[in-house]
Every structure is written in C-alpha cells, then in structure tokens.
Design a protein around this ligand. Sequence first.
Ligand SMILES: [Zn+2]
Length: 318
Amino acid sequence: MFDLRNYTLLILTLLILATGCNQLKGEEILHTIDLLAEKEGIALTEKDRIEFKGEEEIVDEELPEVEEPEVVEEEPEVTPSQEPEKAPSQEPEINEAEPVISEEQKAAENITGIDKETGLYIVSNPNSLQVYVNKNRRLPVGHSPSDLVEPNVTHTKPKGDERRLLRADAASALEDLFAAASEEGLDIVAVSGYRSNATQASIYQGHVNRSGQDFANRYSARPGTSEHESGLAMDVSAAVVGFGLEEAFKGTDEGTWINNHAYRFGFIIRYPEGKEHITGYGYEPWHLRYVGQELAEHLYQNNLTLEEYFGYHYELKE
Ligand SMILES: [Zn+2]
C-alpha cells in the first residue's frame, strides 16, 4: 500500500532543501501536503496535518496571536451569593461546592449550566444560527450538527475532509457569497470549515501531551469552544497570500471585499480588529461566521460583535 507519509516527508525534505526552511511557512507546507494528498486521493487526518505543519502552525486556524486564557480553575463568575437569597426555603438541596446559576440567568445567557471539568458555561442553543461560543462558553459535550453539507465552492482541502463542510444554511449562503465575489473578478477560496468535537479534542490533547496543559490552553481552543465545531464558520483566503490564514489577507482585494460585503450574505467577520479584548481572539480577517442576513447586517452596520450584541459581560479567562 502506498505510504503517503513517507512520500510526502520525502517531498517536503526536498522542498525545504530547495527553498530554505525559513521561507517555507507552515501553511504553505500544508497546502503542498493537501495538494499531494488530493492528487493521491488520500484524506489526511488532523494528526497528520499537525505533524506536517508543526504544532505552532496548526493553531493558526483558530488562535493566531492571542495571549490566551489560563486553565480555568477559578470560580466561574456566577454569584454564589444568589443562592441563599433566592427563596432558600424552596430551593432543593444545593451542593455548596458548585456555583449556582439561576434559571433567569440561564435563560438570559442561553446556557444550561457549567461544565464541572473546565468551568466553562455550556450553551443551551447549539443548533441556533445565532449560537456563540468563546473562551468561557462551550458547545455541549459531543455536540455535532445534523445538517452538514458540502458547499459547492473552491476549497483547498481534499475531498472527504470534514473541513469542507458547513451547516446547510451557511453552505448555501457561502455559495452565494463566492458567486458574487466571482462576478467581481475575485478569487476567494475556502480553507477550513467544520471541525468535529473529536478532531478539536484530538488537537487539544495533542498539545497537552506534547507540551502540557498550560501550553495547550494558550495555543489551542479547548474542545467545544472552537466556533468551527458549530458548523457555522469558514476560514477563507486567496491565492495571492498563498491561501494562508494570516492578517495579510485583509489587504488583498478579496479580503477587502469580504470585509465590506460578507454581511449581505449573512456572514460576519467574527473576530474584528480592535475587539480582541471582547472576543478573546486576535483579528482574523479570514474567519467568516454565518449568523443569518438580518443579524449580520445589524452587526455590520453597528460595528458589533456577538458578545456585545448579546450583552456578554464576563471577563474572558486570561
Ligand atoms: Zn477560523
């Protein structure tokens, strides 16, 4: 049987010798690998990609340059003092070790409770087009969208790769967006969409195993907290920046057009410039998030993030 890994490593070695290590960046390596894999009809696993790309590069798709949260060991920012004041006589037995969240707070914030292991809030509306996760909020354990489809757009990932997928509404909107961009003579390429909970857990655990929990928390999204797991996010790029997920995309014709027009198709730039302290993520001009046309237009016109729109007022874990 054909051994893709040995073959690609050999090719890589030759490439690196030919171009010099410093000039060959992780995304370019990955792109080369993807092209090779696609040519050979073999789907790379996320582990393969991590090995090929190197551990610092893989998280580019998620957390490029953010000083990231520490382990979430602190008390969640729920007021334990609410507990006795709210009709104590009617409250069921309360385990004092666990923070209490009132039903009103749960409803207002679309959460079901707190993940005991991590201290993260668990969202109650994982299937909503308006669901949002961040460094404090996660999708329920094991959540996977039921309506994933493959949008008919140009993609860098090989056939069969889960990252080609999006939820149906987002996929259809992405096709419209790509078509409109194409009419403008622009050449946008999809790079990375859906990522399963298992994949994200594997990426995160790989970092923990290799470099420890602190490193993992700094450079990789905890399972359940990556927006890509919702099936509503797609990273896009253009040939002119080597299909890279990097800030340089902003300055391209494609990046400029995305910034100005994505909302018309129901997408927002989820991690905008200057809002890092609110979203917890550095500027990602390539990360499109589908929220539906009405909300996307509102957020765009008012320069709002999802956190601001929903009144999310907790400090993100640092
Ligand atoms: Zn992304």
